[in-house]
Ligand binder design. Structure first.
Ligand SMILES: [Fe+2]
Length: 266
């Protein structure tokens, strides 16, 4: 078994600022405390690392990345950070020079694990909230797939498919067909795709590839499939996921870490 934590859409602001009536820094601190307690070294279910699938900050200011860094230093686990549409690549790289980037400066990295190869993609495109995978980023992905064997786990902020939430579908990942073409020769060994962006618990399959996402650690997106002109926000509970990979299964446990009711005997 191989366990890791998936968190997404942290939307951190500079210290002291709030958003939609909540403090994203406090929400993330609570997630860090929960992860440390439940999945840190020496816990009942220790995780290998934490992967954050983008929208690390809300406006991408250096002060927001500084705040993020200070909070994440409380994690007793390694963490791998990815970009979302709300992030700023240069400010992120200045604040986190230790995080992996590819030869073109995109925040993409390949992580070898005992469960297989984890490929973290960068779908950030300046000037739009939609996601993109340009030729350079797709070539990096194709090369990593070509040089590897065995199980692959994909991570990207923007999902490559519409989900029915109108204003979010308008800012999905724009190059779905191009991504599918790169993945197609390797599809039997692509075990799962993890994404963020939707701020919702989601699971299904895309072109035969299983996928999942979870709520963010700050504000959420409501399940509203009407033709409204704005993204429907909500204050549903924040969550992170414990992902357990075994030889024949990928299990995604969503955990509402703000809930303090605790387990009781049934
Ligand atoms: Fe987001």
């Amino acid at each position: 078994m191989f366990d890791f934590i998936h968190i997404t859409d942290l939307h951190i602001l500079p210290a002291g600022e709030t958003n939609y009536g909540l403090d994203p820094a406090e929400r993330l601190r609570m997630a860090v405390r929960s992860i440390a307690e439940r999945h840190g070294p020496g816990s009942a279910a220790p995780a290998a690392f934490v992967i954050a699938t983008g929208d690390l900050t809300h406006h991408g200011q250096p002060e927001a990345y500084a705040q993020l860094r200070e909070i994440l230093e409380g994690l007793p686990l390694p963490f791998h950070l990815m970009l979302g549409n709300h992030d700023e690549r240069d400010h992120f790289r200045a604040a986190f020079p230790d995080q992996g980037v590819d030869e073109d400066g995109f925040v993409q990295q390949a992580i070898e694990t005992e469960a297989g190869l984890f490929l973290l993609l960068d779908t950030k495109t300046p000037g739009t909230h939609a996601g993109a995978l340009c030729e350079k980023r797709l070539a990096w992905l194709a090369a990593r797939l070509a040089e590897s064997e065995g199980a692959v786990f994909l991570f990207l902020h923007h999902p490559p498919m519409p989900v029915g939430i109108v204003q979010m579908d308008r800012i999905q990942m724009m190059h779905a067909a191009e991504l599918a073409a790169v993945l197609a020769p390797h599809q039997p060994r692509i075990r799962h795709m993890f994404h963020g962006h939707l701020h919702r618990p989601l699971a299904g399959s895309w072109r035969g590839i299983p996928f999942s996402s979870i709520r963010g650690t700050a504000h959420q997106v409501a399940l509203d499939l009407s033709e409204r002109g704005t993204v429907p926000g909500s204050h549903e509970p924040a969550a992170y996921a414990l992902v357990r990979v075994s030889d024949d299964a990928v299990i995604v446990h969503s955990h509402d870490y703000l809930d303090q009711s605790g387990p009781f005997d049934l």
